[in-house]
Design a protein around this ligand. Sequence first.
Ligand code: SAM
Length: 360
Amino acid sequence: MRSSPSEPVAPPFPAFGLVEAERSPTGGHILSGWWIAPAGVVIDGLTTRVGDRELQAPHRVGQPSPDVAKAHPGLPGAERARFRVEVGASPEWDLANQLVSVVPRSGARTGTPLFTLVEPRVPLPRKEDLQVTGGAFRACYEFLGYFLTRTGLQPQHSVLEVGCGCGRMAYPLAYYLRPPGRYEGFDIVAHLVAAASSALTPTFPHVRFQAVDLWNSVYNPNGRLRASEFAFPYPEASFDLVFLTSVFTHMFPPDVRRYLAEIRRVLRPGGRVLLTAFLLTPESEGLIAAGRSSQPLIHVRPECKITKPEEPEAAVGFVREDFERWLRDARLEPIDHAPGFWCGRPRQASYQDLVIAARA
Ligand SMILES: C[S@@+](CC[C@H](N)C(=O)[O-])C[C@H]1O[C@@H](n2cnc3c(N)ncnc32)[C@H](O)[C@@H]1O
């Protein structure tokens, strides 16, 4: 792991999956789950970490997983993707209220870690709030993996989340970041921000949220301010990482360009932005035309395409070259792109396209 965001990141092999914890009959915990390394790397071991400590515990990998093979047909290793770790009861290794990671190994190489919060003592987001922001809570674990492996996030870094919704992404970050490391999030839906703030900030004062009254036809139709004129409420060069998950998929190009300029302004030199988007390429447009995409981005609007003319900001996609030009115009250099499976491609990384850029 690099010590500052400007040093090169050694890439662990990509892997996705999930890990869950349950109490064992002896009062310890069993961690179990599955993973797939889409590039075909054979996973032959694992390392378990509790916070930043490595835990030696009996484990098995390569267990049969017909359910995973059914959900991810054709992906390498899907038939024997399950793993299991047995953590005995011990005061030294109480997993309750801890962020636990399970890191896949292939020989001497390690892959994208899987995370879970074991019996967290903070209230989790309400189902209704997760539904409004369109997602499962466990996506927060997936994204922590990307922050670590694709942006070089470290516990002492400062992180800004733009469009934080009900704060789901902040949960594992609250445990991972250690002061002076901190998290700030803002969103345009006041009640979601209030829920996130009351759940997390009292326990984790280095995690803070604020609401801004910006207009959006879907999320805040009575908003007073325009995103295209908005200045983020933070000083310049104050964050190592800025991220946006499923936010630019609800914004139009002039607003997106304004946000990219603001992201550049608040990033420290060498800092990174990780964002998700629906990027239109010959491949994704071909899949849309063939009816394979979960997002039929077919209605043409200035500099973008949308799925629903009657609800324009429900889903917005940009041509990849245009989007990369907007990044460069904002002096953000694109350094990584992981195509999403939203358009019907086989899964490689996340549902939406992942884009990572560095403050040039
Ligand atoms: C699909 S939700 C994703 C929420 C959150 N990023 C997550 O992954 O859980 C989209 C979020 O973007 C927010 N949003 C929309 N327009 C915004 C803007 N101009 N500035 C900040 N947030 C915005 C919405 O209020 C909503 O919470």
